[in-house]
Design a protein around this ligand. Structure first.
Ligand SMILES: Cc1cc2nc3c(=O)[nH]c(=O)nc-3n(C[C@H](O)[C@H](O)[C@H](O)COP(=O)(O)O)c2cc1C
Length: 206
C-alpha cells in the first residue's frame, strides 16, 4: 500500500470524463492508493438534461456515484480532476464547487495537496490545455502541488502529447478519438508517487 488517499473528482455530461476518472482510479489503485471516485454536483435544470438523450442517460447511469463533499477534500492527500471544456474554461458546476472551498483554504487545509487534471473537448484544439490550466490556477491559490505529467513516459506522446494533463477529443457520436487510457493510468500513478514523496516529507517534518 502507498498510504495515499486519492480523490478522483470529475464532472461529465455525456460520460467521457467519467470514463477518464475510472481509468485514473484504476491506475491509482494499481499504485497502491486508497481511491474514491466523486462527481461534482449537477446544477443544470432538469429540462436541459432531458433535452439531450446522452446527457440524460449519463445522469441516470451515474446516479449512485457519490457527490464530492468538503470532507472528501480534507481526506485526500492527492486529487485528480477530470473536467470537460466549456469555452476553454471549467464547467460552471466545477467552478461553483471550487468556490465552496474558501473555508478549507482559510484554515490551511488545502495546502500541499498533490493535484493533477485531465480534460476533453469536441475539437482537437478546442480548449483542453487551457481548461486544465484554468483549473491549475485555482490549485496554485490553494497552495496545492501540481504534478503535471510532462513527458515523463512515452505513452504520453501516443495520447496526443499534452504535458499539462491527459486530454482527449470527443467525436460527434461521443466517442474518444485518441487512445488515452495508458496516459491516464500513467498520470494517476505519477500523482500517487508524488503524493507519497510529499506525505512522507511532511510526516518527517512532524
Ligand atoms: C457550453 C459548452 C461549451 C463547450 N465549449 C467547447 C469548446 O469551446 N470547444 C470544444 O471543442 N468543445 C466544447 N464543448 C464540448 C464539450 O467539451 C464536450 O461535449 C465534452 O468534452 C464531453 O465530455 P463529457 O462527455 O465528459 O461531458 C462545449 C460544450 C458545452 C456544453
Amino acid at each position: 500500500m502507498s498510504n495515499v488517499n486519492l480523490a478522483v473528482i470529475y464532472y461529465s455530461s455525456t460520460g467521457t470524463n467519467y470514463q477518464l476518472a475510472q481509468w485514473a482510479a484504476e491506475g491509482a489503485k494499481e499504485a497502491g492508493a486508497e481511491v474514491k471516485i466523486l462527481k461534482v454536483p449537477e446544477l443544470a435544470p432538469q429540462a436541459a438534461i432531458e433535452s439531450n438523450p446522452a446527457w440524460k442517460a449519463h445522469v441516470e447511469a451515474t446516479k449512485d456515484v457519490p457527490e464530492v463533499s468538503l470532507d472528501d477534500l480534507e481526506w485526500a492527500d492527492a486529487i485528480i480532476f477530470s473536467v470537460p471544456t466549456r469555452f476553454g474554461n471549467v464547467p460552471g458546476q466545477v467552478k461553483q464547487f471550487l468556490d465552496t472551498t474558501g473555508g478549507l483554504w482559510f484554515h490551511g487545509k488545502l495546502a500541499n495537496k498533490v493535484v493533477s487534471a485531465m480534460s476533453s473537448a469536441q475539437n482537437s484544439h478546442g480548449g483542453q490545455e487551457q481548461t486544465i490550466l484554468q483549473l491549475y490556477t485555482t490549485m496554485y491559490h490553494w497552495g496545492a502541488i501540481v504534478a503535471a505529467p510532462g513527458y515523463t513516459d512515452p505513452v504520453i506522446f501516443g495520447a496526443g502529447g499534452n504535458p499539462y494533463g491527459t486530454s482527449v477529443t470527443v467525436d460527434t457520436n461521443g466517442n474518444m478519438v485518441e487512445d488515452v487510457q495508458g496516459a491516464v493510468k500513467h498520470q494517476a500513478k505519477r500523482t500517487v508517487t508524488v503524493a507519497q514523496w510529499v506525505k512522507s516529507g511532511l510526516q518527517q517534518e512532524g
